[in-house]
Each structure stands twice: as C-alpha cells, then as structure tokens.
Design a protein around this ligand. Structure first.
Ligand code: AGP
Length: 606
C-alpha cells in the first residue's frame, strides 16, 4: 500500500519528511520519493529511488541540492501500474516541472486520459497511471492550484488520495481524496497531510480525516476544505435507455446479461492474487476484517440475490450470515452488535422498506454496506460504503439483469471477505477465474432463447407452476416463480425442493407442472429424487440441467441446459432460462411485459 506525507509550516529541514515516511514503512512499498519547494531558489527539487527509504535518504544526502524548504511531499509506492523504476516512483510531475504530486489509489481511466493529453502535446516519462494527474492539473492551471486540481479531478475515474505542490502557487499543499484514506495533522503554524495517522502522530494528535470528494488547501497559518458534491454522471446514453432494437425492455435487459457481468467485474478482478479490488469498500476495509456476522436485507428480486449471498458468504467466507426481507427485518428485533455488518441490496437504491431497514441499522451504529445499480441513489448516499453493480439502466418493472449484477457483486464480495479470512489464494483464484468466464457462459444460455419460446408454447395452457430448487438454486426457484407471476399473472410458487413431501406434493398432478433446477452440483442427486416424486404423481417437469447430463432426459419431460460453472455461480446462469420462460409466457398471454399491472419499478412507499 502506498504512503503519503506532506508538510507546510515553520520547519525548513526536509529530513523531517523522511522520518515521517519511515513510519509508513510497515505498509509495504517498492520505491520512495520526495519533492520540496525551496523559497530562495523558487524551485521544486525532486528525488525518487526504487528500493528502501534508505536509498532515497542516500540520494538526498549525496545530492548537491538545497535540502531546506517546504511545502514538501514524500511518498512510498507499491506498484500497481508500471514496473518498479525510479521514473515510475512518485512524486510525478507535469511537462514544465511546475507541479509535483503524490497519489494513492488507481486511475481507472488513465489510458484514455493519457492518449488525450499526449494528443494535446503533453510529454510523459513514466508508465505509471498517476502521471496523468499532474498533466491534467497543468492543463487547467491558471494561477490557482486548488482550482486546477478541482477541474482535473472531475475527469478522473477511480480512487485517489493526493497531495500536490506547485512552484507557480507555492504557499500551499492541495490534498484531495476519493476512497483512498487521507488526513490532515493540525499543529500551530504547521499542517501535515498523510495517508495514515502513524506519519503525523509525533507532530500532532489533532487530525481531520478527509471525506470522499473533499479538497483541502493547506497553508502554514491555516487550512480550508472544499466539499465537492459529486456530479452524478448518468453514464447511460439515450439509446441505451431505449430498447436497442428489442421488442421490450425486458427482452433487451435479459440479453444484456453478458455485458452486465463484464461491467460488474471490470477492473475489479485480480486473478494472480486470488483477490478482487472493490474501491468502494476501501474506507471500511479494516472494519470488515473485524465483523463476525452479516445480515443481508432487500426486497423482491433483490432479496433472492441476498439469499444466494447468504449461502456464498457462509460457505466461502466462513461468516455466519442471515437473510431477511426488509419489510420484516425492520419490525423484528434483530440481534445485532458492533461486529455485525448489514448489507443492503437494491437495484434502484430507493426502495422504502430497504431504506427503512438501513436507517434502523444506522441508528444502532451497525456498519452498513450497499449494493446498488443507481449511482447517487439514496441508499448509495446513506450506507457507510458500497459497491455499484454497474448494470446500466433497467427499465422493465421485472428485474432481470440487475439480479445478475447483484449476484456477481456478491460473489466478488465473498472473495473480498473470504480473503480477509482463511480463504486460500487458490480458492480466490478459482472463483475469480470462473467469474472471468461467466460472460461467455451467459451468452451460451442466451442462445437458447428461441428453444425456450417453443417450450412455453407447450405449457401455455397451464395456470399453476411449481418452481423447486436446493441450496444456491432455492432462491432462484423463488425468483423464477416471481418472474412468472408478476408479468404473466399466472399462479407460480417457488419452494425449497426438500419441502415438497411436507405438503406441496399434494398439489402435483398432470395439471400442475414443475420447473426443477437440477444443475450437476452437490445436491443434484437430491433433486433427481424430487423430480421422480413428481413424475410418480403424473406431474410434468421442466428441468434446468448442466450441459452434458443426458440422464436427466430419462426422467424430465423437457430439459434446458446451462454450462458448467462453480456451484456458487450457477444461479447467475440458471436464472436466465427462467427469465425467458416468464417473458415468452407473458407475451403469449398478451400481458404488458414491461409494465405489468399493479406494480411499480421502484417501490418508494411502504
Ligand atoms: C422484481 O422483478 C420486482 N420488480 C420487485 O420485486 C423488485 O425487485 C423489488 O421491488 C426491489 O426493488 P429494488 O431492487 O429496486 O430495491
């Protein structure tokens, strides 16, 4: 993890910065650097070296540079983009070497920014993503450093904690943060900025933690903080929100499953480390390490994602987890404590019941994490931290691709939390590698759309359906039933397959078909016996099974195949045929697919 130390004030000896930087050595790094402003020469000097801080200290001592002056900034780098070289170490600077900057975090869109800046005539000297930032500041600099920083940061996507100095506006350090922790250390006539309290504690115990989108301007005699209200950028183009050539929004959104998975995982998978990068959790990463229970809370389709998440987190992160629908959770007396984290899942981020449960947890001081699709939604602003699913606009009332995005995000969160605990690198790598394959696997399932349309013809005269599943696919059975009833107005019920013989089997006969989720997983044999129980009562069975399983054809009336994947990821594929089944049934029955009667897209009332 990189470390930042900056100082402005009465102490003119830059060696003080080295001592502060050494207190960040525990964070791990591969190079170190410093830049300082010398008032006499009105110049910024900069030295940076790979290896230990000792190498930097040696370079400073052996240089014939004037070692007095401030503001100064020091940095330890832990390479993410660009090899371990002196040029790639921080601080980075602009073309004219007027502006020097140290950065923690990742500039996700640095490639496109770099290409644009090079076209505008900027020269780059490193392979580091950070280097685009001083050039962007240079582009906007018209005499006021914080104004130039403010404009530059608007073009950046990613995470940052930065400290910037300039010889053209020398009496200050400008600091800013988005997801990467940054704090100010306040002492009379001197101000420090650092990525970690350890760097400032010998100078002051008065600190201010910067919040996301805040820009601080530090001067010897004072400081001030600009709060940037983030301009919420709706990334969706007009045509994206149109139907894109499909008959209905719902059809378009089912077909967007592969893109939805790609968007959810983009820039977040680290297969070699068996890890994921979830920048939105950086500020609560240490708190998440401490939790020993998780509550998952949501409504409707999102609640079925939550149920799948419960299985994932228990099996692969080893964290006791409990799901509940928000409308029930907030009126229960849930037993929670400071080591509980509450995860709220909502496509819209505006569902009243979910927000009610969120506020209930916040007033108990419980750590709240949000998973939502809508940037800037109420949920995203009120949770302590969160993860955007990036699924794009979901217009149809029936939620389809949003569920896919939620399930992928929960799988990534499982790796994130599991790897904080005893999930081995190889397991993390297996899940992450399988996630990378999912867009293509989803594509294979989508190709069966026409087959499923034909299958619906065969079942269009039935008025009642069971949906049955076990373990990871039990929530998907519930979701399949919800999809069918909410857009075709047919009676459909999802149950845990093991419950069949405890009553529901009484309803099974030739007029009451069943959709059975039977992927080749740890409970496949159990599912086969449930299918046989139904067949023994003349019930018809549509099985969702794993490609290559020929046996299932001997007992089920119809089979829809999905590709093999990890058991915990099967729901992401097995739900797609059920979405198609509901979609084509609703069309056959002349229902308003995108706007089913009595329902709203976002239930903002209790
Ligand atoms: C699902 O198809 C429904 N539209 C509904 O159950 C929906 O999932 C629920 O209202 C939750 O909405 P949210 O994800 O926006 O919170």
């Amino acid at each position: 993890m990189c470390g930042i130390v900056g100082y402005i004030g009465k102490d003119q000896n830059i060696k003080m910065g080295l001592d502060a930087l050494r207190r960040l050595e525990y964070r791990g790094y591969d190079s170190a650097g410093a830049a300082w402003y010398n008032q006499n020469q009105k110049e910024i000097f900069c030295l940076k070296k790979t290896g230990r801080i000792d190498n930097l200290e040696k370079a400073i001592s052996e240089s014939n540079l004037n070692l007095t002056g401030n503001p100064f900034i020091f940095h330890t780098r832990w390479a993410t983009h660009g090899g371990v070289t002196d040029q790639n170490a921080h601080p980075h600077f602009d073309c004219k070497k007027d502006i020097y900057l140290a950065h923690n975090g990742i500039i996700e869109n640095y490639q496109e920014l770099k290409e644009k800046l090079i076209k505008e005539g900027h020269q780059f000297v490193s392979q580091c993503d950070t280097e685009v930032v001083p050039h962007l500041i240079e582009k906007y600099f018209q005499g006021n450093l914080e104004e130039a920083v403010r404009k530059a940061l608007k073009e950046i996507r990613g995470t940052y904690g930065i400290a910037v100095i300039s010889k053209k506006d020398p009496g200050k350090i400008v600091a800013a943060r988005l997801s990467s922790p940054l704090l100010l250390g306040i002492n009379q006539n001197q101000v420090l900025v650092a990525s970690d309290p350890a760097a400032v504690i010998t100078h002051t115990r008065q600190i201010i933690n910067l919040d996301d989108n805040e820009i601080a301007v530090l001067k010897p005699e004072n400081f001030f903080i600009l709060k940037e209200k983030p301009i919420v950028q709706i990334e969706w183009t007009q045509e994206e929100a149109q139907k894109g050539g499909y008959k209905h929004f719902m059809q378009k959104e089912i077909m967007e499953a592969p893109e939805t998975i790609k968007n959810a995982i983009r820039g977040r998978l680290l297969p070699n480390e068996g890890q994921v990068r979830l920048g939105g959790l950086n500020t609560v990463s240490n708190k998440l390490r401490e939790i020993d229970r998780i509550s998952l809370i949501a409504c409707g389709t999102a609640s079925y994602a939550a149920r799948v998440g419960e299985y994932m987190l228990e099996e692969y992160a080893g964290i006791p987890s409990e799901f509940d629908v928000a409308s029930e959770f907030r009126y229960r007396k849930p037993v929670v404590d400071k080591k509980t984290a509450a995860i709220f899942i909502s496509q819209s981020g505006e569902t009243a019941d979910t927000l009610g449960a969120l506020r209930e947890m916040k007033q108990k001081g419980i750590l709240t994490i949000g998973i939502t699709n809508e940037v800037g939604s109420t949920q995203s602003r009120e949770t302590d931290a969160g993860i955007y699913t990036r699924s794009g606009p979901e217009i149809a009332v029936a939620s389809t691709k949003a569920l896919i995005g939620q399930l992928v995000t929960l799988a990534m969160l499982t790796v994130y939390l599991g790897r904080q605990r005893d999930m081995a690198l190889v397991m993390g790598n297996r899940i992450v590698t399988e996630l990378e394959k999912l867009p293509e696997l989803a594509n294979e399932v989508l190709k069966q759309g026409p087959e499923i349309e034909k299958l619906v013809e065969k079942y269009k005269d039935y008025n009642n359906f069971w949906f049955i599943g076990r373990k990871y696919n039990y929530p998907i059975a519930l979701e399949g039933a919800l999809k069918l009833k909410e857009i075709s107005y047919l009676h459909a019920e999802g149950i845990a397959a093991g419950e069949l013989k405890h009553g529901p089997l009484a309803l099974v006969d030739e007029n009451f078909p069943t959709v059975a989720l039977c992927p080749s997983d740890s409970v496949y044999e159990k599912m086969v016996s449930h299918v046989q129980q139904i067949k023994a009562r003349n019930g018809k069975v549509i099985a969702i099974a794993t490609q290559g399983n020929e046996d299932i054809k001997k007992i089920a009336d119809d089979v829809i195949y999905i590709p093999k994947t990890l058991e915990m990821l099967t729901p992401i594929l097995s739900v797609i045929p059920l979405q198609f089944f509901a979609y084509y049934m609703a069309i056959l029955r002349g229902c308003d697919v995108d706007k089913p009667r009595n329902l709203a897209k976002s239930v903002t009332v209790e």
